[in-house]
Design a protein. Structure first.
Length: 290
């Protein structure tokens, strides 16, 4: 289990080294926090910030988004990637309006019951928006825990044990626990990075099991993401891009990906967009969902 000295080193480092990010500013609110967490999944901060600001200017409350068409959410999502998240966020906004009187819930179980919200996002909202005490574990935190506690260069597959390790690291004070949660993520994003960790600048170097072991190159057993070029993801993105550009007018289904070299992949990509609810059809015409 982690040494309490880890938390003791993380908190003061974070207080002077943390980046100034919109969702860390006082008064940002639970809705803004929820939207930011949806957007930040597998997407760099630099791409998220302008999209987040535009999103919250257009839809400052869950009820505002719930009143819009799903197509508007998919269009506003633009190039953030994984556009199902836009549709899930829209559905979550409808659920918040209908089940919680338009207020993002505080309870972790209530948050988990919303569309598109998993363990990380639910706890992030409860901790960073409402100040409750829970372990918050994302990919960056898992890498810090793997190195500092397990002595491994890479984390394994996500597991419930990650929450237990982080819980054991947290101070009793809810406010200090939130700082340590944020600090572990910040450390993984800026210092304890996947490919080029800057161990000489790390505030927990003296407590790190991986550094103590000589920073061994342990194997990365996690599943690798497929190459984007020529993938189903790229084909899906081209279809959505064409529909966004045409919205609110539909396009002929036969005109979608007409030059894509692999006909079977073209059909598979379009069928998956239908399955995900990201596109709709009216006979021979296709559009974003209304």
């Amino acid at each position: 289990m982690p040494s309490p000295r880890l938390a003791g080193a993380l908190a003061p480092w974070y207080r002077h080294a943390a980046r100034d990010l919109p969702w860390r500013r006082p008064g940002f609110g639970a809705w803004g926090t929820l939207v930011s967490e949806f957007m930040l999944q597998q997407t760099p901060v630099s791409r998220v910030i302008p999209r987040l600001e535009a999103w919250l200017e257009r839809w400052p409350t869950p009820a505002d988004l719930a009143a819009a068409a799903p197509a508007d959410a998919v269009t506003q999502w633009a190039n953030l990637g994984y556009p199902r998240r836009a549709l899930w966020l829209h559905r979550a906004a409808v659920e918040i309006r209908d089940r919680h009187a338009g207020v993002v819930p505080r309870d972790v179980d209530a948050l988990l019951a919303l569309t598109g919200i998993g363990d990380y996002t639910a706890r992030a909202v409860a901790v960073f928006a409402y100040g409750d005490r829970h372990p918050v574990v994302d990919t960056n935190t898992r890498r810090v825990l793997a190195r500092a506690i397990d002595g491994s260069a890479h984390p394994g597959a996500a597991h419930r044990r990650d929450l237990e390790k982080m819980a054991a690291l947290l101070p009793e004070s809810a406010g200090e626990a939130a700082i340590v949660n944020a600090a572990a993520m910040e450390l993984g994003q800026t210092i304890c990075t996947a490919r080029a960790p800057r161990c000489g600048e790390c505030p927990v170097r003296a407590e790190c099991a991986w550094v103590a072991a000589g920073s061994p190159a342990t194997p990365d057993t996690r599943r690798k993401q497929a190459r984007y070029e020529g993938s189903d993801r790229q084909a899906r993105g081209i279809v959505l891009g064409a529909l966004r550009a045409a919205d609110p007018e539909p396009l002929p289904a036969a005109a979608l990906l007409i030059d894509w070299p692999d006909r079977a992949q073209r059909d598979r990509a379009i069928a998956s967009l239908f399955d995900d609810g990201l596109i709709a059809s009216d006979g021979e015409l296709v559009s974003l969902p209304r």
